[in-house]
Design a protein around this ligand. Structure first.
Ligand SMILES: [Zn+2]
Length: 250
């Protein structure tokens, strides 16, 4: 298998209180974050990373943006942002996926997993174990009986697709290092760092274990030094305007 190119697939937005992205800020201001899935095209077929938010959160048309009194995390998703529609615009159906890589099982990353009944879903064992025993994870993200392939620690899925174990934001979070013919080397931190300032400046953000989060970021910084990839963060607003999105490769 050769990895040809990788695409950013926009999968809706989420209003999040600024203190979730930067714990040194007080709450009371919402920031509109992009939600992403990623499509890898290989010589063996397509691979999807993450499946966006649950279909049940989708509305026909978004209403006006609510104020900070509405809560800390408010999904902003239309039916076009549901993963099956997102994939269809890229020319694919869930059954066509060679496999799915699940970074972690928060609602904005694994909400559409149930649509992927046949392809193998690569998830860290620690994430699966934590999610299956915790009501903190929505039911759409912890679907039993799918074709799970459990990973423990780092794992090379194929040449050019490395899963890097980066726990802390969630119990079994993983980031993805890609080496592609057309898109070059790309590190998808996913939620090991929401933003550039989380990564570069060590600004603390939401997660289950701050010490582990810092360790995972240090580990990814070593990867950046060694491999010199371009780095794409999980929910960085400015970055979202700078990178090409589908149909242009990253
Ligand atoms: Zn997350």
């Amino acid at each position: 298998m050769t990895v040809e190119r990788v695409y950013l697939l926009p999968a809706g937005n989420c209003l999040v209180d600024q203190s979730v992205l930067n714990e040194t800020l007080s709450s009371g201001k919402l920031v509109n974050l992009p939600i992403w899935s990623y499509l890898i095209e290989t010589t063996d077929g397509p691979i999807l990373i993450d499946t966006g938010m649950p279909d049940g959160l989708a509305v026909d048309q978004l209403g006006p943006e609510p104020g900070p009194e509405a809560g800390q995390i408010i999904p902003r998703m239309t039916k076009r942002d549901a993963i099956v529609s997102v994939l269809a615009r890229a020319g694919y159906s869930p059954e066509q996926m060679v496999c799915v890589i699940s970074s972690h099982w928060h609602f904005d990353h694994a909400g559409g997993n149930a649509h992927f009944q046949t392809p193998p879903i690569y998830v860290q064992r620690a994430e699966y174990d934590a999610a299956m025993t915790s009501d903190d994870y929505p039911p759409e993200c912890r679907v039993s009986g799918l074709n799970y392939r459990f990973v423990e620690g780092d794992y090379q899925l194929a040449p050019g697709i490395d899963l890097l174990y980066t726990p802390g934001h969630s119990n079994g979070h993983q980031s993805i290092l890609l080496n592609t013919a057309e898109s070059g080397r790309i590190l998808l931190t996913v939620d090991a760092a929401y933003t550039r300032e989380n990564f570069v400046d060590g600004v603390p953000f939401a997660g289950v274990d701050g010490r582990q989060m810092a360790k995972s970021i240090e580990r990814l910084k070593d990867v950046v030094k060694a491999e010199r990839p371009r780095v794409f963060f999980g929910h960085d607003v400015e970055q979202g305007n700078l990178w090409p999105i589908y149909p242009n490769a990253m």
